[in-house]
Design a protein around this ligand. Structure first.
Ligand code: ZN
Ligand code: ZN
Length: 359
C-alpha cells in the first residue's frame, strides 16, 4: 500500500492524540503545519481530529492550501480566525483539544478560549516536534542537498578569502554563492568572525578586515526544499601559531571521537560527554560553553539536543550537528561543525567540507 508522507505523519499524530485522549490537535506553528499538511504558507491554523484534517487560512492562501495540502479541507477565514476555529472544532465534536503553549502567544490563546468556551484546552509538549525528529527518505535527500550546497560554498570561500576582505564581504560571498547554486534561502544569518570576534560563539559579522594570520570562524547554512543545513569551519589565513594548531587539533579530535561514538539510542548527554571529556582533558575546561549539537530539519534548531542538560535520545533517523568548540576570550575561537545522520549502529557524516587549520 502506498502512503504519502502526510498520511504517515497524520497517522502518527493521531496515535499520539489517542494516547493523550485528545479529540483534536491544533497547531499554527509554520514548520509543524508544513510537516503535517505540506502547506508552506505559514499563516493559518491546522486542526486534526481522528477522522478529519482541516486547514483554516485566509484569501491569500486559498489556492496554495488546495494545491499543497490535498489531505486537508480548507476552512476559509474571511474575518477573525477564532470563530472559524471554534466552528471547525464544534463540527468535529472535539471537546478535549491539544494545543502548543510553546508556540501560541497568550493573546491568541485567550482569543481561542473566548471563542470556544466549551472546549477543554490541553497543553501539549513537543508533539509534532517529536514526530519531526526522525527524518524519512525524502527529508534526508533534501537535507543532503542543503548540505551539499553549503559545502560547495565553503570550498569556494576557502580559495576566495584573502587578507583585506572584510567579515561582511565573506558573508555576502557565501550568501550569493548559495543563493545562485540552488538554495532558496539562508537557514540563518551567516557568522563570519575574525580573530578575537571568534571567541564569541555567536559573533556578529562586522566590517573588520581580515589580516594575514587571523583565525576565522565561518558558520553558515542554507535551505533546500524547506530543509536546513548548518556548517562551521575554522581556519587561519596564511599562517597559524602553534597555540592555534593545538586548540584546533583538540576540537577536531573531540569531534572525531563524538562522530565515532554516536549511534542510535544514545542519549544526547552521552554524545556531548564524549567530546567534552577530550576538550576538558586538554586543559580547556570552561572554554566549551555550549552543547555538542542540535537536530536540524525544517528548523535550523530542533529536537534533539546533545548537551550537558539534554534528556533527548539520538534515535535512528535523527539528523544532528556535531559542533564542539573552544573559545578563548581576547584571542580567538575554534568550532568545527558537521551534520550526521544517526543510524542503528553508528552515524553517517553528511558534511564534506575539508577540515584544515590554515588556508
Ligand atoms: Zn552552525
Ligand atoms: Zn549548529
Amino acid at each position: 500500500m502506498e502512503t504519502t508522507p502526510t498520511a504517515r505523519r497524520l497517522a502518527r499524530l493521531r496515535a499520539s492524540m489517542a494516547r493523550d485522549e485528545l479529540d483534536a490537535f491544533v497547531t499554527s506553528q509554520p514548520e509543524n503545519m508544513r510537516y503535517l499538511s505540506g502547506f508552506t504558507g505559514g499563516e493559518g491554523v491546522a486542526l486534526v481530529s481522528a477522522e478529519r484534517a482541516v486547514l483554516a487560512s485566509d484569501f491569500r492562501y486559498y489556492e496554495q492550501v488546495k494545491q499543497q495540502a490535498p489531505a486537508f479541507a480548507l476552512a476559509e477565514v474571511t474575518g477573525p480566525t477564532p470563530p472559524v476555529l471554534a466552528a471547525v472544532l464544534a463540527d468535529m465534536t472535539a471537546w478535549r483539544v491539544g494545543f502548543e503553549p510553546h508556540q501560541v502567544t497568550v493573546e491568541i490563546f485567550e482569543q481561542w478560549r473566548a471563542a470556544a468556551p466549551g472546549v477543554e484546552w490541553v497543553p501539549t509538549s513537543d508533539v509534532v516536534e517529536g514526530l519531526r525528529q526522525e527524518k524519512d527518505a525524502d527529508e534526508v535527500r533534501a537535507i543532503e542537498e542543503a548540505v551539499r550546497i553549503a559545502d560547495e560554498a565553503m570550498v569556494h570561500l576557502m580559495s576566495w578569502i584573502k587578507p583585506g576582505v572584510t567579515e561582511r564581504q565573506v558573508a555576502w560571498e557565501a550568501e550569493v554563492y548559495m543563493r545562485t547554486h540552488g538554495a532558496e534561502a539562508l537557514s540563518f544569518t551567516s557568522i563570519v568572525a575574525a580573530g578575537d570576534h571568534g571567541a564569541m560563539a555567536h559573533a556578529m559579522t562586522t566590517d573588520r578586515a581580515i589580516e594575514r594570520g587571523d583565525a576565522l570562524v565561518i558558520d553558515m547554512g542554507c535551505v533546500y526544499h524547506g530543509y536546513c543545513s548548518d556548517l562551521t569551519r575554522s581556519f587561519c589565513v596564511g599562517e597559524a601559531s602553534d597555540e592555534y594548531l593545538a586548540v584546533w587539533n583538540t576540537v577536531l579530535e573531540a569531534q572525531a571521537a563524538a562522530e565515532d561514538a554516536i549511534r542510535g539510542g544514545m542519549p544526547g548527554v552521552d554524545a556531548d560527554a564524549v567530546a567534552r571529556k577530550i576538550i576538558y582533558g586538554a586543559g580547556y575546561e570552561g572554554k566549551f560553553g555550549h552543547g555538542l549539537g542540535h537536530g536540524v530539519g525544517l528548523a535550523i534548531h530542533e529536537k534533539p539536543r546533545a548537551s550537558l542538560t539534554s534528556t533527548d535520545v539520538l534515535t535512528p533517523g535523527t539528523i544532528v550537528t556535531v559542533e564542539p568548540g573552544i573559545y578563548v576570550p581576547g584571542w580567538c575561537g575554534v568550532r568545527i561543525e558537521d551534520m550526521v545522520l544517526v543510524t542503528e549502529d553508528g552515524c553517517r557524516v553528511l558534511t564534506r567540507s575539508p577540515k584544515q587549520p590554515v588556508i
